[in-house]
Design a protein around this ligand. Structure first.
Ligand code: 1HN
Length: 348
């Protein structure tokens, strides 16, 4: 407990503190409360990035510089409570990436894991560890830690997607590495779709092998498979009071989240359905794929339509209502928090 002390005592203590600093010492009792709060209080703000506003600005970047010049032509989704922080929530980076027809975002690899949620422009591709995959709206595409990856568009339309990276977690540990390939595009060594054939149908290779370590060996969870699965579940079961209908993306080799640090799931709320209030310690990013959501976040109301992105900081009370039949994708740092044993949630 903090007690008030006389000016004299305060001055004596301060004099003592002044002798500590030169020895690289500090009194814990002056900072303890801030170090160990009674419950999470996020420094970040809930926020919606409306695609109608962000898309024209992203397209303008397409006229300013090439994907190759930029290495990655991305507008960072900056949490308004921390401009310059390159964060959407405490641990997660998110951005909107644009590839113009004929462009290549050159091959590189890094410690941070990445995910893509595709918004626009069929015909784009990403290549991961020697295998190419087409990018279609709603596809959830993964780049595992230290996996070589390059992107391109051989078709006639611009491609736009949301990137999510765990790079602030990696940087917190000061464990980040990055390499660039000499060639712009990596050499393809596997047939397109090979990963899904090997691991994505409830089957697996006879000799157990996890090509990406703790990360799922499937790197494209295509919307044309995940959407029907979700809607089939919705057609035949009752919704969860707090989650609506939701399915998580799994690593088929472990049954755990698809990525070791980032949790991702796909949700459906039928028009008019409202979830009960819930809060959790993970910072979430929501991408609306279909319909429209009204979100109540710590008592403030936000609306998000197709291709809008919502940042939901940790431990914010959340209620979601579908003003139109809605399907939305969420990613968060829950996967890492669960492994550290610190994830918590509260449901009303
Ligand atoms: C990255 O590698 C990509 O591969 C996108 O598309 C965004 C932001 C920070 C660091 C690496 C990509 C990134 C990134």
């Amino acid at each position: 407990m903090q007690t008030t002390v006389s000016e004299g005592v305060a001055a004596t203590r301060q004099k003592y503190y002044d002798t500590l600093a030169p020895q690289s010492l500090a009194p814990l009792w002056e900072v303890l409360k801030g170090l160990v709060p009674t419950e999470p209080k996020s420094k970040f703000a809930p926020h919606v990035w409306h695609f109608a506003k962000t898309k024209p600005l992203l397209m303008a970047a397409g006229d300013l510089l090439t994907a190759e010049e930029a290495e990655r032509r991305v507008l960072v989704l900056e949490n308004p409570a921390m401009p310059g922080g390159s964060r959407i929530t405490a641990t997660m980076y998110a951005g909107l990436q644009l590839i113009m027809p004929g462009e290549i975002a050159p091959a590189h690899r890094h410690t941070a894991s990445a995910l893509r949620m595709v918004l626009e422009g069929n015909g784009g591709f990403t290549a991961v560890a020697g295998e190419k995959t087409e990018m279609k709206r709603g596809d959830f595409i993964i780049t595992p830690s230290m996996g070589w990856h390059d992107h391109g568009q051989e078709n006639h339309s611009p491609v736009i997607w949301v990137d999510g990276l765990d790079l602030h977690m990696v940087n917190f540990y000061e464990a980040a590495f990055m390499d660039h390939m000499n060639d712009k595009s990596q050499i393809l060594t596997r047939a397109e779709g090979q990963s899904v054939s090997e691991y994505g149908s409830g089957l697996g290779p006879m000799t157990p092998h996890s090509p990406f370590g703790l990360t799922t060996p499937i790197f494209n969870y295509a919307y044309d498979r995940s959407r029907p699965a979700l809607m089939q579940v919705a057609g035949n079961t009752q919704p969860d009071a707090h989650l609506g209908y939701a399915l998580r993306y799994l690593n088929p080799l472990t049954g755990d989240w698809a990525m070791p640090t980032i949790a991702a799931w796909l949700s459906h709320l039928p028009k008019g359905l409202e979830t009960k209030p819930m809060r959790s310690t993970d910072g979430q990013t929501i991408v609306v794929l279909e319909g429209e959501l009204t979100l109540e976040l710590d008592g403030k109301t936000f609306t998000a339509g197709e291709s809008d992105v919502v940042g939901v900081p940790a431990w914010v009370w959340k209620k979601v209502r579908a003003s139109k039949d809605a399907i939305y994708f969420t990613f968060s740092d829950r996967s890492a928090q669960e492994k550290l044993g610190i994830y918590r949630e509260e449901r009303q």
